[in-house]
Design a protein around this ligand. Sequence first.
Ligand code: ADP
Ligand code: MG
Length: 254
Amino acid sequence: MEILEAKNLTKIYGSENGEESTRALNGISFAVRQGEFVGIMGPSGSGKTTLLNILSGIDRGTSGKVEINNKDIYKMSKKELALFRRREIGYIFQDFNLLDSLTLQENIMLPMILDEKSPEDMEKKAKELMKLFEIYDISNKYPYNISGGQQQRTAVCRALMNSPSIIFGDEPTGNLDSKSSKGIMECFEKMNKELEATILIVTHDVFAASFCNRVIFIKDGEIHSEIIKKGTRKEFLDSIFNSLALLGGEGYEV
Ligand code: ADP
Ligand code: MG
């Protein structure tokens, strides 16, 4: 079953005929099936953030369409889309986006509080997730008193609270050192394998991408190629390096 379908997405920033316009996406189509863990890679400026923002309902494309669970997200009213995003989409940011005035547990329960779920259900779910992602012992701490890796694990739990149809991650390891990055990518792997979450991340990081099951490469706003994991993660890491060498572009000369 397809969870996400992107059809011929384009994005032009600025006026279409003006000199200042930038064509950030130029006809991107792909689908993500239930239970997949997909990575999108590409050089700086290739359109990764633009694409993720359009797929997750943060920003509209110039043309094309996005369907999540067979629903065209841009045919919804603003209010419907806001509700849909809260219930169907989990989002993990590069800079964690936790509220400093709330404890970890409160941060995690926030999406459910907005949805007016019962406090007992909320606490039960939050505790299960905090145990699974090994932050249960620090659940009463505040974000500024814990490490980046622990903050990102809190964000992972928060993203899972409403059992969304799909989890999006924008450079989820971008602000982490290599040890914490490994920990977070193992959390993504756990989300995908144990909780059967469908995940799409955009990343610069070859190591992070090697945890995915499929990697799509974009360049100049177009899909360039894709590879599917066969064999071990280390073998996949080598294939990703090879694909990036073919892709070329700033920051990826190998
Ligand atoms: P990436 O995330 O892969 O680095 P982006 O999606 O941020 O790429 O950017 C793709 C292209 O669109 C770049 O040329 C960038 O300069 C341009 N761009 C991104 N956001 C805007 C914006 N808000 N206004 C104008 N141009 C933008
Ligand atoms: Mg970006």
